[in-house]
Design a protein around this ligand. Structure first.
Ligand code: KIV
Length: 282
């Protein structure tokens, strides 16, 4: 198989084949312009995460995400992407109540959101939903460890799997999801040694977030990586840009130019003649 960087468009089988050969780079994306940039930069997987609720809508956790909103964000991302695999994150209560509903909701991510796969949180307790979605030929990415939709049960966003019993449960959950047919599994906020063991023990890629360097891939939230979240800086985040400062400085400059009348200039204004129609292109 050709390497990931030589493959376009990427497919679910190409991601599975990358295990042990090449690391998978995954970021969250929520809108068309940023998805286009991430895609052309070579990010392999774009996750339309329910973290949109926190980083875009300013909510304290992900529990307020809805199917309609997630599908709309997914469609915006998919429209802009040529190479990356786009994964839709199934929101709270879209897969936990009935398996038939889980399949219908997962299907919306493919049919309306034009995603290639869905992700859902949890291990053994969500296996019936995972199996039903897989039976409809919808690829599924699992997610164990810190599952943010369990925010209230867990008492906040906390590292999971530090005690032998919880470590054992996470390990069994990851194995059960892989055995059911998930094509990859997110390991969130678990000790690096546990993530390394799971990565060795399952045949599909593990994608870590706060799970150490041994995972088959890494995922981070776009706003954290780009420095758009100033107040919150989890230990596992590496910031690759400081867009907060860039945006603030640009906005200050714009305000100054408006106030002193230097914007707009003559070349930024229309004359009476005919001008070509304007169109935005991403
Ligand atoms: O919603 C999200 O952004 C996620 C990632 C952190 C894995 O689930």
């Amino acid at each position: 198989m050709p390497s990931l960087s030589e493959t376009s468009p990427l497919t679910i089988p190409s991601l599975v084949a990358a295990k042990g050969v090449e690391k998978i780079a995954m970021l969250t994306a929520y809108d068309a312009p940023s998805a286009a940039l991430l895609d052309s930069a070579g990010i392999d997987v774009l996750l339309v995460g329910d973290s949109v609720e926190m980083v875009v809508y300013g909510e304290p956790n992900t529990l307020s995400a809805t199917m309609d909103s997630m599908v709309r964000h997914a469609r915006a991302v998919s429209r802009a992407v040529k190479r990356a695999v786009v994964v839709g994150d199934m929101p709270f209560l879209s897969y936990q109540t009935e398996t038939a509903r889980a399949v219908e909701n997962a299907g919306r991510f493919l049919a309306e959101g034009r995603c290639a796969a869905v992700k859902l949180e949890g291990g053994s307790r969500v296996l019936p939903a995972v199996e039903a979605i897989l039976a409809a030929d919808i690829p599924v990415m699992g997610h164990v460890g810190l599952t943010p939709q369990s925010y209230h049960k867990l008492g906040g966003f906390k590292v999971q799997g530090r005690e032998p019993a919880t470590a054992r449960q996470i390990r069994e959950d990851a194995k059960a999801l892989a055995a059911a047919g998930c094509f990859a599994i997110v390991l969130e906020c678990v000790p690096a040694a546990l993530a390394a063991d799971i990565t060795r023990e399952i045949p599909v890629p593990t994608i870590g977030i706060g799970a150490g360097p041994e995972c088959d891939g890494q995922v981070l939230v776009f706003h954290d990586v780009m420095g758009l979240t100033r107040d919150l800086r989890p230990r596992f985040v590496r910031r690759y840009a400081d867009l907060s400062t860039v945006i603030e400085e640009a906005a200050k400059e714009f305000t100054r130019d408006v106030r002193d009348g230097s914007f707009p200039a003559a070349e930024e204004s229309f004359s009476g003649g005919k001008v070509p129609a304007l169109r935005r292109v991403y």
